[in-house]
Ligand binder design. Structure first.
Ligand code: 13P
Length: 336
């Protein structure tokens, strides 16, 4: 294990003012998103949209790394350069989604287990030669009647830890993503309690597998009431409960927390991160972003309705807003 490389990569990914662009939607998800805005869903259509996003002038000041999907890491930028080389030349670290998706968990109706461990060592080795320096694996935890079960939490924690160890062995910084979904009618306290349980199990499994935490990143959900809950938390409550939950359940050795947006509005995702970074509390990690929808939704809409440059401008704006949120310097007035 090249500890120095892992720690350098992990720290570079959470360097001040920058965060991660999650552009690793599977072929099915990306095609659906293109279709929803009335666009073609071919391989070239997926490439063209993403290549345009990555070519946004100056976005490297807000984007430290980009998570790619298997199809994308093998495609070329508009100038013919392989996309991972293109990103690296712009000072954005190429990353790769390595799980193969969340499947039904046997004997546990409504719950999921993320697959992809078989052959993972060989795939990681290939992705490293293609230029990837970090990876992502997303576990999905659903809150509902009597769930999540202990079985769901422990199997997903085990898979995350095994994934993380294999990645590190192969020189890739693992982003450990145990996502507690916003779907459901649960309140904020339930999200807090489930997230705490999930984080405890995940880090216990990581310790058991020997994962080197200074060379890993955590991609957590924020503490948010379910979308269907009548009692939504204020932005200030989300920020405070999220920092409280992380403080109690995330080891200090992890260099950074790169939050997912999870279906929050673009502005909420930015505002929550901004409030967390503006809080006067001591914590050991960088608090950053690894947003998919909250960085891309506007750019995708403009890609369908406007010019390539307008799509880049939409992306540049969201990237800039989140960059400001890294230091608590975002203001709602900057949105108009
Ligand atoms: P969202 O920010 O859209 O939740 O996507 C982040 C991600 O990569 C989920 O795995």
């Amino acid at each position: 294990m090249d500890i120095d490389l892992l720690e350098r990569t992990a720290n570079a990914l959470v360097s001040p003012g920058r965060g991660i662009l999650a552009a690793d939607e599977s072929t099915g998800t990306m095609s659906n998103r293109l279709k929803l805005v009335g666009l073609d869903t071919s391989e070239e259509a997926r490439r063209a949209y993403r290549a345009n996003l990555f070519a946004t002038a100056g976005c490297e000041s807000a984007i430290s790394g980009v998570i790619l999907y298997d199809e994308t890491i093998r495609q070329n930028a508009d100038d013919g350069t392989p996309i991972p080389d293109y990103l690296a030349s712009r000072d954005m670290i190429p990353g790769i989604k390595v799980d193969t998706g969340a499947k039904e968990l046997a004997f546990h109706a409504g719950e999921k287990i993320t697959e992809g461990l078989d052959g993972l060592r060989e795939r990681c080795a290939e992705y490293f030669t293609l230029g990837a320096r970090f990876a992502k694996w997303r576990a999905v935890i659903i809150i509902g009647d009597g769930i999540p079960s202990d079985a769901c939490i422990s199997t997903n924690a085990h898979a995350l830890a095994r994934y993380a160890a294999i990645c590190q062995e192969q020189g890739l910084v693992p982003i450990i993503e145990p996502e507690v979904l916003m779907d459901g009618t649960h309140d904020g306290q339930t999200c807090f309690d489930v997230t705490a349980r999930v984080l405890d199990e995940t880090f216990a499994a990581c310790a058991n597998q020997g994962v080197h935490l200074p060379g890993a990143l955590l991609k957590p959900n924020m503490i948010i009431a379910g979308k269907g809950c009548e009692n939504q938390l204020s932005r200030e409550e989300v920020a405070k409960l999220t920092v409280d939950c992380m403080t109690g359940h995330v080891p200090a050795e992890i260099p950074g927390l790169v939050f997912l947006s999870g279906g929050q509005s673009d502005e909420d995702a930015t505002a929550h991160l901004n409030l967390m970074n503006a809080m006067d509390v001591d914590h050991p990690w960088q608090l950053s972003y690894s947003y998919g929808r909250a960085l891309q939704a506007a750019a995708l809409k403009t890609w369908a309705s406007g010019t390539a440059l307008e799509s880049q401008a939409s992306f540049a704006h969201r990237a800039k807003m989140n960059s400001l949120a890294r230091s608590g310097d975002w203001l709602v007035s900057l949105e108009s």
